[in-house]
Design a protein around this ligand. Structure first.
Ligand code: ATP
Length: 250
């Protein structure tokens, strides 16, 4: 049986009085690509951010690589194992920093010394090459910035990537390129993905299994094949499927 990469148990997140995550539990297996879908405001980003330590969870448990975490406290080992890629590559990268600086930062924090080799390798892996090393992030297109954000996430050789709508801020033609890049990295590195998207087309293309969220709760979890076969039990999933413009059968 495949080991569990990441386990969320009974997680609760509130913002003032508002319950954004209401006792959410899910297990993601090693090497799996796990999707999280649901309408706007259902709690998808809150869940990923709570896993990453960007939102505090008040109760429940998070287990990653056999270690338990609570609240928003994460240690160095956590960030060597888990990295996150955000939706907006304009907001997530400092515009007045060079690519070199952006990639150097995580390496320096984690005490790597072979930085030149790692930066060159990371730029190659995301299809940009060393010519980009001394460009400023404000000189890059959205797709190029997202490649740098992915390089920055991969440079520490994590095992798990949290992907929060990683292509929805990009043009349609660029979206496919970035999804292919992510899929290639996953295959080559044996990564585990937890990917949030409002687009069931993207999720059915990228993921092995998915959870449907509604109003801060997980409605159901099933294998992505079920999307094609229409085999899910909750009426809500059917409604979501019909409402999703991105989902195309076949
Ligand atoms: N920092 C915050 N402070 C207050 N409320 C928040 C905060 N972050 C999220 N929320 C609220 O929590 C709920 C869930 O938001 P979340 O961003 O997780 O939804 P989502 O499913 O990712 O939506 P979308 O697809 O639009 O990104 C929303 O009602 C949102 O307004």
């Amino acid at each position: 049986m495949t080991a569990t990469a990441l386990s969320v148990s009974d997680m609760v997140v509130t913002f003032d009085e508002f319950v954004a995550l209401n006792h959410v539990s899910l297990d993601v297996r090693e090497g799996e690509s796990f999707g999280i879908v649901g309408e706007s405001g259902s709690g998808k980003s809150t869940l990923l951010r709570a896993v990453a330590g960007l939102n505090v969870f008040e109760s429940g448990r998070l287990t990653v690589a056999g270690r338990s975490y609570s609240g928003a406290k994460r240690d160095r080992d956590f960030y060597r194992t888990v990295q996150m890629v955000f939706q907006d590559p304009y907001g997530s990268l400092h515009p007045r920093q060079t690519v070199d600086r952006l990639l150097l930062e995580p390496l320096a924090i984690h005490g790597f010394t072979d930085v030149d080799v790692r930066i060159a390798r990371a730029l190659d892996e995301v299809g940009l090459g060393s010519g980009f090393r001394f460009r400023y992030s404000h000189q890059l297109s959205g797709g190029q910035r997202q490649r740098i954000a992915i390089a920055r996430a991969l440079i520490l050789e994590p095992k798990i990537l949290l992907l929060d709508e990683p292509t929805s801020a990009l043009d349609a033609s660029i979206q496919a390129e970035i999804l292919n890049l992510l899929e290639q990295a996953r295959r080559e590195r044996g990564l585990t993905f937890v990917m949030v998207s409002h687009d069931l087309g993207v999720i059915s293309h990228m993921c092995d299994r998915l959870a449907v969220m509604r109003k801060g709760e997980v409605v159901e979890t099933f294998a992505a094949d079920a999307l094609e076969k229409r085999e899910f039990s909750a009426d809500y999933t059917r409604q979501l499927l019909v409402a999703s413009e991105g989902f195309r059968r076949g």
